[in-house]
Every structure is written in structure tokens, then in C-alpha cells.
Design a binder for this molecule. Structure first.
Ligand code: AN7
Length: 366
């Protein structure tokens, strides 16, 4: 079933999926080692939710620590090909980190518009470290995106948000990798939803592989928004989105229609999880699987826990059952990106004098 698997050193998605991407002879074959991320079989959470084949796709293992690199390498390569000198994006953080890295890689200027009060520190550090021009807006992501789109209409600056179709093209390659690794599509995909580019891209990828007869089926897509930022669940934009998962603090997703298509064509759903559910999943993922993801990524694991509970409560509803299904959760970003949320757990540390006996006592060895 697999046409493109490679065991060699990472060649990047442009080379690996050349035939399925909008690449010409003039496209620079950029690569920072994106793609070929691990698909890890759950050891403990699967048992907890009663699913024997639960996998985590570790998109946090991309070069800048999030899935954004797959789309960004394509968007920046095409911008180079078209002669752009500068790229621009609005971002809750990961897009800006990725844009800054790929722009630095090929000597383009990067302008990033971020919500000043709601961006995780690690992501901001990445943009600054890569030399991007960081414009910290006193507003939220939705406003920043509106402004970025207008600037790209008026000035010769390439917008590298997922409104740029090259981003979606690159991100669909994660679906290809999952099919290649499992020798078919999974039964169900759990994925966090913010601006909705990624859910759109996965669906595109699964449909493309299905149509090429590289997969015998398509997964049901289960998208998860944060309860305080759940416009698609509510059916209308949210003016003041709020959630601990700052990456998906988005009230008016650009790829809304793509998300609805993924949901409806796959027979899936888009639902909400509370911040409390997100933080519970965040801790479980770190402490029962060894996977340190950022809160937005934990949203889809929170969704899985919620789904498993309703499946249990309505036993005999075969569509909900996950016991014998192959399930994949997309772990979109690294926990280290948001040290402030992580360090809220600092209270768990034990202060100990630097003495052998005191350490032994603290370890309950005496
Ligand atoms: C870790 O970086 O929107 O539904 O500006 O960083 O495709 O938006 C990030 C989104 C999930 C949601 N997980 O993906 C940005 C930005 C993480 C993210 C999402 C984001 P989309």
C-alpha cells in the first residue's frame, strides 16, 4: 500500500512527496527535516479508554516543534519561486515560529503578527531567535489575520497563513504518512481545531490517497475545539475567544468550510472540550504516555477521553465503539513551547536541603 516510505535520513516532504505537491523545476527544494514524524502506539491511555489500537502522531517532532513546518516549507518554497523577498503571517504562535525559521533558512524577511497578551513564551522566543520582525498586536488572532490579509493584498509580501493553499498542500502529507505506516487509513482521527487549516489538510490527504487506491478506506474525522473558542461547534463566530490552549484561541476560523466538509463527508463530528478537560488530558498524556504536548494538542486527547466515556454510557452504539478500531490522535505541538502553563505545576516540587540524609528521607528510603 505504501508508495513513498523511506528509511533513509530525512529528505523532507518536498522531495518525498514531490509528485503530490505543487512543485515545479523552479521550486527550491528546501528542507529543515520536516515530516517523517513518529506514529507511536499507546501503552497506557489506550487501556484506560478501552482501545487496543490507539496511536499518537507526534507532529511535535517537526523541526520547530509543531505540524506547521509541513505547510510552511511548501509556502516558503513557493514564495521563493515567485520572487518574494518577505513573508507575513498572523499567528497564535506556532505559525510564526515556523515562518520565522523557514524565512531565516532561505534569507527572506519575516513579519509576524501575534496577539501580545496570548502567545506562549516559547513560540515568541522562536520568532525572535530566528530574527523575525515580531509585531505584537493589542488584539486577538482573528483581528491579526484580517490585518495580515489586507496587507498582503496591498503590498508585495507573501502571506503564509493557511489561507495560502500551499500550506494546506504541505500539511496533507501527514495523512499520507499515517496511511503508509498503518498500511491503510485509521478508522477514526482525533484532531484539535483552531483556524481549521489542519483538519482541512488531513481530509484532503486521506481523500487523495483513497482516490489513488493507496488506502482502502477514509477515517471518520473527530475535531475538537476549546469550549471558550468553539465557533464551529456553536455555528457562529466567537467575538472574545478564551482558552488556556492559546494556540487554538480563535473565534472565526479561516478554513471553516473545509472543517465542515471534513466533518460531514467523513461522517465525523466537531465538538468542544473545557479547559479543565484539556488540562486533565495534558497531564495524562505527559504522565501516562511520556508525551509532553502543548495544551492545544491535548484538546484532541481530551476529546478521546470524552468520546470513550459516551461510548461506554451508550453501549451498543457501534459507531461510537473504539475497542476494535484503529484510532489516531494528532499531537500538533510540543509542551516546551508553553513553559508558563507547564510551570503552573511547580507546586509539585519538593524543596530539599543538599544533604544525603535529607534526600533519602524525601525519597522515603529511610
Ligand atoms: C499546537 O500558529 O493557528 O486548526 O497561528 O498551534 O490548523 O489552526 C496554530 C494552530 C492545533 C490548530 N495545535 O490548527 C497559529 C495557529 C497547535 C496549533 C492548532 C494550532 P488549525
Amino acid at each position: 500500500m505504501s508508495s513513498t516510505v523511506s528509511n533513509s535520513a530525512r529528505e523532507g516532504i518536498l522531495r518525498r512527496y514531490r509528485d503530490r505537491l505543487p512543485i515545479t523545476d523552479a521550486t527550491p527544494m528546501l528542507c529543515l527535516g520536516e515530516g517523517e514524524t513518529p506514529l507511536v502506539l499507546s501503552r497506557r491511555l489506550g487501556e484506560r479508554v478501552g482501545c487496543r489500537r490507539l496511536y499518537f502522531k507526534l507532529e511535535m517532532c517537526n523541526p520547530t516543534g509543531s505540524f506547521k513546518d509541513r505547510g510552511m516549507v511548501v509556502a516558503v518554497a513557493k514564495a521563493m519561486e515567485e520572487g518574494a523577498r518577505a513573508v507575513l503571517c498572523a499567528s497564535t504562535g506556532n505559525t510564526s515560529a515556523s515562518a520565522a525559521a523557514y524565512a531565516a533558512h532561505c534569507g527572506l524577511e519575516a513579519f509576524v503578527l501575534v496577539p501580545r497578551d496570548n502567545i506562549a513564551r516559547g513560540k515568541l522566543a522562536q520568532a525572535v531567535a530566528h530574527g523575525a520582525r515580531v509585531l505584537a498586536l493589542q488584539g486577538n488572532f482573528d483581528t491579526a489575520l484580517e490585518i495580515a490579509r489586507e496587507i498582503s493584498r496591498r503590498h508585495p509580501v507573501a502571506i503564509v497563513n493557511s489561507v495560502n493553499p500551499n500550506r494546506i498542500q504541505g500539511q496533507k502529507t501527514a495523512a499520507f504518512e499515517i496511511v503508509d505506516a498503518l498500511a491503510d487509513a485509521p478508522d477514526i482521527l482525533f484532531i484539535p481545531v483552531g483556524n481549521a487549516g489542519n483538519i482541512t489538510a488531513y481530509w484532503l490527504g486521506f481523500v487523495e490517497y483513497y482516490q489513488a487506491e493507496l488506502a482502502a478506506r477514509k477515517p471518520r474525522i473527530m475535531g475538537w475545539q476549546a469550549a471558550g473558542a468553539a465557533p464551529i461547534v456553536r455555528g457562529e463566530p466567537v467575538e472574545q475567544p478564551e482558552t488556556v490552549a492559546s494556540a487554538i484561541r480563535i473565534g472565526n476560523p479561516a478554513s471553516w468550510k473545509g472543517a465542515l466538509a471534513a466533518r460531514d463527508e467523513s461522517g465525523g463530528a466537531i465538538e468542544a472540550v473545557t479547559d479543565e478537560e484539556i488540562m486533565d488530558a495534558y497531564r495524562l498524556l505527559a504522565q501516562e504516555e511520556g508525551i509532553f504536548a502543548e495544551p492545544a494538542s491535548a484538546a484532541c486527547v481530551a476529546g478521546l477521553l470524552k468520546h470513550a466515556l459516551s461510548a461506554k454510557q451508550s453501549k451498543g452504539t457501534p459507531e461510537l465503539d473504539i475497542a476494535d478500531k484503529t484510532v489516531v490522535c494528532i499531537i500538533t505541538g510540543h509542551g516546551l513551547k508553553d513553559p508558563e502553563t507547564a510551570l503552573a505545576i511547580e507546586a509539585e516540587m519538593t524543596d530539599v536541603p543538599a544533604e544525603l540524609a535529607a534526600v533519602e528521607r524525601a525519597m522515603a528510603l529511610t
